[in-house]
Design a protein around this ligand. Sequence first.
Ligand SMILES: [Cu+2]
Length: 261
Amino acid sequence: MSLVTGLVSKVSLSLVIAASFTATAQAHFQKLIPSTNVVDQNTGRQITFDVTFTHPMTNGPAMDMAEPLQFGMQYDGVKTDLLGALTPKTVDDHAAFDADVTVKAPGGYAFYIEPAPYFEPAEGKYIIQYTKTIIDAYDSGEDWDQMVGFPVEIEPLTRPYGIWTGNVFSGMVRHNGTAVPFAEIEVEYANDGSITLPNATFATQVIKADANGIFHYAMPKDGWWVFAALIEDGTMAAPNTNKQVPVERGGVLWVKTDPMN
Ligand SMILES: [Cu+2]
């Protein structure tokens, strides 16, 4: 806190608090949610992805997405560019995408997206959320812990599909491949609007990794959960200026739980 801050009136100070509350109370998350993450005869081979930059637990509002820098699929260690599969759509009056992808063979598939850097004026920084989800086709059980080489990436220590509601998910946060002690991880649930929050504090769950960069979280509801390890790394020029601002790089992973009926 600076001397200047101490001199502002109570009214403007409360405005400052309100503004920073709005910026931090809701966390942004890059959605990459497939229509299924366990492909079999019943689901069929075609998967539709929802690619939206939004606030999952409050079911919006969404933010504009520019054309992503990467969207692809990694299978058996080989990456396939899928940028051509993205179809523009609008969510809450903001640009987002769908993607239809067909998986052709049994195995473990990592789907990943690198969005264009998003400048967040409220926080004075760029956000880049390197996002992935793992899909299994025909009960292969293969490659569920595969890494796609993002600068910040969560390595699943729990198989990230075929999980029961209430299970614990464990992962390791890696930055340029190295485990990050005490990394901070934000967790949200993709709420379809059916869950009412007791208050705004519940929207984003916040946990820290241990000294080895490993974290755990028990998922109390069936549906899609997102884990985002957020690390400030580097700077970029803010839009239309030469001013360098921080870049928050997120390693984001989506996992789904199913009810044990
Ligand atoms: Cu936000």
